[in-house]
Ligand binder design. Structure first.
Ligand code: IVH
Length: 679
């Protein structure tokens, strides 16, 4: 990128931009490397936004290593191939303590019989990555590929916030500005589950485990999509060129000082005993980590010793992978049943001969969908392999050929809904089948459960079994019936296991739910393709139920991140008379139908401003800070949700739009008065 300095961009702007960048980098470092942030996410986002605004006003000052440039990449068709000058080797695997002692014996045999220092690290179950920094700036990120050549995935990797775009160079580290770093990209279990949940809600294919999700994400052609996925990075290998480093342990310390994330669980051990202790520890405690590991990697610490040991074939002789026992078990597949979810999704579930696996007995496992069963060709009666990975629900990963009994038949997916008997229909371009009967009892239950769930209206005490009981008793036929329950005290108290106290409790949680935010209500409606995030986007954009309900597909698609499938689904939902009736009843019940605009504190709380044109007494950022310090919000574009448009010299189209929408327009004098009055 060519950087010509603009005559208008004064030194103060330049300095301000640089100081914001430094600040953000420091916060990234504190967050991702030290795991010790000093500001809130909100404050961080504010800094980032301020930087983005300044850069937008001074595009000539944008540099590729700016924290704003993580998502700038354009979609690519194919990845360029890159050669790895130092091949990316793989490690020999071992599975027992005996193997580890053999490894140590070999090392001692080759180097002389003393106790060696080993670094025992976590073996991250992710995807290997190679990073090149030149003059302290990230210039290349590549996959391992076949070890000799991989894909150039720089644009994707730039979006991973824990990968620094620029190294932290100080007097101590300045010799390491041209380095290669290797490490692993992975996903935390929680982020993986959240992502899968969203994908399921959107009718997209879910991933089997965090590693597959990571690999799939890194291969995406659109960096903007990658940026939304919860990837993180750990570094574990440094190639420092000319600059001297004596050992693996030193490398790890150095990587950390350079601003790269290094796991805090690497351990320096003297002799193989410490290594074995550490392996035992992690084999038991692996679930305490927020991400998946599949073993330990044991490395001879001294680089001189490593050089002496060298490599045979594709494996270095100075390192070994100690793999934990796989968390798989085999058991008999008794039956395949299908469950019907709240939006009618029909999901096949395996019923298993109970088997003990990594801490719990399991008797059910997911089979995902029809295609998955076909692909794995699992049949009732098979001995199947179940695996526990990142997901809470175990999955069937295959069957044991030798154990297939005679007379098994390929599984035929049911053509009728098991709950209501109506035909099921496969979603266009989707792997899932749906029951389209709105009154299907399984769906009714599912919808009510979803509405009452913690992430939606959070009605305490209204879990699966209570909903089931109330539906069976005929007290709940629709979501809206929930708000009629307080009028049915008698019937409630007469139910099995219910008493005055439990009825009081549920009535008070129902009351409480009326003040849940508008976005939670919209999420709670259970509109197909509308997960938590989408609900938030919709409610922020439209501000009220009426605006949302009456938006046509075009208006819906106008919301960023809302595509045709979601727009269509939302539109269809609100066109349906049964849903309109539900909305009317919810309105009558007094649930929130508007975006919550009253934020705490400040005289300008809940007010949204747009500033356009040049103000004489304030820089754009100063005006923004003033408004925000008084509790107001500043946005970029004028919409119906804007309360005031502050207009300076030479305003642009925002002024016209404000007039058209009849939004209050303040000139600088009026703005000043408003600030004084509020401050
Ligand atoms: S060191 C020559 N350290 O395991 C040694 N690898 O089979 C280079 N891995 O491809 C690798 N955690 O993807 C190393 N702490 C760790 C690791 C690790 C996971 C992966 C890596 C590599 C594979 C080796």
């Amino acid at each position: 990128m060519k950087s010509v300095s603009s005559p208008r961009a004064g030194n103060d702007v330049r300095a301000q931009i640089e100081s914001l960048r430094e600040g953000i980098r420091t916060h990234d470092y504190r967050y991702y490397v030290l795991a010790d942030p000093t500001i809130s996410d909100f404050e961080y986002d504010k800094l980032l936004k301020r930087l983005a605004d300044l850069e937008a006003a001074h595009p000539d000052l944008v540099t590729p290593d700016s924290p704003t440039q993580r998502v700038g990449g354009e979609p690519t068709k194919i990845f360029n191939q890159v050669r790895h000058p130092v091949p990316m080797l793989s490690l020999a695997n071992t599975y027992s303590e005996e193997d580890l002692m053999d490894f140590d014996r070999r090392v001692r045999g080759l180097l002389g019989d003393v106790a060696y220092e080993y670094v025992s690290e976590l073996k991250f179950d992710g995807v290997a990555l190679r990073l090149i920094y030149e003059k302290g700036v990230l210039v290349l990120a590549a996959t391992r590929g076949d070890g000799e050549t991989g894909d150039d995935i720089t644009a994707n990797v730039r979006t991973i916030r824990s990968v620094p775009l620029k190294l932290k160079l100080s007097r101590e580290t300045e010799a390491y500005s041209n380095i290669e770093v290797r490490g692993e990209v992975l996903m935390n279990r929680e982020g993986f589950q959240r992502m899968n949940r969203e994908r399921e809600e959107n009718g997209e294919k879910t991933f089997a485990n965090p590693r597959n999700a990571t690999a799939g994400t890194l291969k995406l052609q659109d960096p903007k999509e990658v940026a939304r996925r919860p990837l993180r990075f750990f570094s574990y290998y440094l190639i420092s060129g000319e600059a001297e480093v004596g050992s693996q342990w030193e490398s790890l310390q150095l990587l950390k000082k350079l601003g790269l994330p290094v796991s805090e669980h690497a351990k320096l051990c003297r002799g193989i005993d410490g290594v074995i202790d550490n392996a035992r520890y992690w084999e038991n405690e692996r679930d305490r980590l927020p991400f998946e590991i599949d073993g330990n990697v044991v490395k001879v610490n001294s680089f001189e010793a490593q050089r002496t040991l060298g490599a045979v074939a594709r494996n270095p002789r100075w390192a070994i992978a100690y793999k934990f026992a796989a968390r798989q078990a085999t058991t008999v597949l008794r039956d395949i049943v299908v469950q019907v979810g709240r939006i009618g999704t029909v999901t096949p579930v395996a019923e298993l001969e109970p088997v003990y696996l990594a801490g719990s007995t399991i008797s059910r496992a997911t089979l995902h969908n029809e295609d998955y069963i076909k692909e794995k060709d699992v049949r009732v009666g098979d001995t199947v392999v179940v695996e526990k990975s990142g997901d809470v629900i175990p999955a069937i990963v295959g069957y044991v050929k030798e154990k297939r009994p005679g007379g098994t038949k390929p599984y035929r997916f049911p053509r009728k809904c098991p709950a209501c008997g109506e035909p099921v229909v496969r979603g266009e371009g989707e792997a899932a089948y749906y029951c389209e009967n709105f009154e299907c009892p399984a769906q009714v239950r599912g919808r009510i459960e979803h509405f009452a769930s913690r992430r939606a209206m959070d009605i305490e005490g209204m879990g699966e079994s209570v909903v089931d009981q109330l539906v069976t008793a005929g007290l709940l036929k629709s979501i809206a019936d929930i708000y009629d329950l307080p009028r049915h005290r008698r019937e409630l108290e007469a139910l099995d296991r219910w008493g005055r106290k439990s009825v009081d409790n549920i009535i008070s949680s129902i009351e409480k739910s009326k003040s849940r935010p508008f976005s939670k209500l919209v999420f709670g409606l259970g509109i197909r393709h509308v997960g938590e995030r989408t609900a938030q986007l919709l409610t922020e954009h439209f501000g009220s139920m009426d605006e949302l309900m009456n938006a046509d597909q075009d208006k819906l698609q106008f919301v960023s991140d809302i595509g045709p499938a979601i727009a269509d689904s939302v539109h269809r939902y609100f066109q349906d008379g049964r849903n309109r009736e539900l909305i009317a009843r919810l309105r009558g019940a007094g649930t929130r139908f508007q975006e919550d605009v009253v934020k705490k504190g400040g005289r300008l709380s809940g007010k949204t401003f747009v500033v356009t044109g040049t103000l004489a007494a304030y820089k754009r950022d100063e005006a923004r800070e003033l408004i925000e310090s008084l509790g107001g919000k500043v946005t970029e574009s004028v919409s119906r949700n804007t309360d005031y448009v502050v207009v300076g010299e030479n305003p642009g189209s925002k002024y016209d739009k404000a007039q058209k929408l009849k939004i209050a327009i303040l000139d600088e004098e009026q703005f000043k008065k408003l600030i004084e009055k509020s401050g």
